[in-house]
Design a binder for this molecule. Structure first.
Ligand code: FE2
Ligand code: FE2
Length: 205
């Protein structure tokens, strides 16, 4: 039987990695214990890519009335980014930009952005964080909401602004075509593992 996330937590890594000599309160911890935890965490870094892939796969179950499921949409967006010559971090961002919908649609941009934040430059993080407001240009009018949020809420001189506009206008909003070229998830797996192999974030960032 396949190991579900819950079973994996109880029967896999979390149990086999446990250290019976570790602290029970952080204010009683030692540098040696933290060195051990740091080393184990580093060894288990591949789990990040595994979980991201798992969440992306779960988007195949979510269509919510769109013509394509959300995994296809994310794959197609990333395919467009790659074909346009985007760099690896932006392709990764394009692939992950709607993964937050696996948890909650209204705040999916923020969820997705925080998931990729330690692994991409700040411009990519900000582009994904704010993509919904920029996307509003293409459809918020149907809801009576403002379509110019990209101009009224944000400063066009921000370094990420043009990237976010390119992302939403040229890729994201066009990636709902069941007949358009869409690379499979397997195509992006090496990229996901490469980008998430090391964090750009330090303690206190
Ligand atoms: Fe989105
Ligand atoms: Fe999207």
């Amino acid at each position: 039987m396949a190991c579900t996330l819950e079973r994996e937590y109880h029967c896999g890594m979390a149990v086999t990695d446990a250290n019976p000599d570790s602290f029970r309160r952080m204010d009683e911890s030692t540098a040696e214990q933290w060195a051990h935890i740091g080393a184990r965490t580093f060894e288990n870094q591949g789990r990040v890519a595994d979980r991201m892939i798992m969440l992306l796969e779960s988007l195949a179950e979510i269509s919510d009335g769109f013509i394509t499921d959300q995994l296809t949409h994310c794959l197609q967006t990333a395919t467009m980014a790659e074909k346009a010559g985007a760099d690896e971090e932006m392709i990764f961002g394009a692939l992950m930009h709607d993964v937050g919908k696996a948890i909650s649609v209204p705040n999916h941009g923020a969820i997705s952005a925080e998931m990729i934040k330690p692994y991409v430059r700040d411009d990519v993080y900000k582009a994904i964080l704010n993509h919904q407001d920029f996307q509003g240009k293409h459809y918020y009018g149907h809801f009576g909401a403002p379509t110019d949020l990209r101009y009224t809420k944000y400063d066009q001189s921000e370094s990420w602004w043009a990237l976010c506009a390119e992302f939403t206008d040229d890729w994201d909003q066009q990636a709902f075509d069941p007949d358009a070229e869409t690379y499979p998830l397997e195509h992006f797996e090496p990229l996901i593992r490469k980008v998430t192999a090391t964090t750009k974030q330090a303690l206190g960032d």
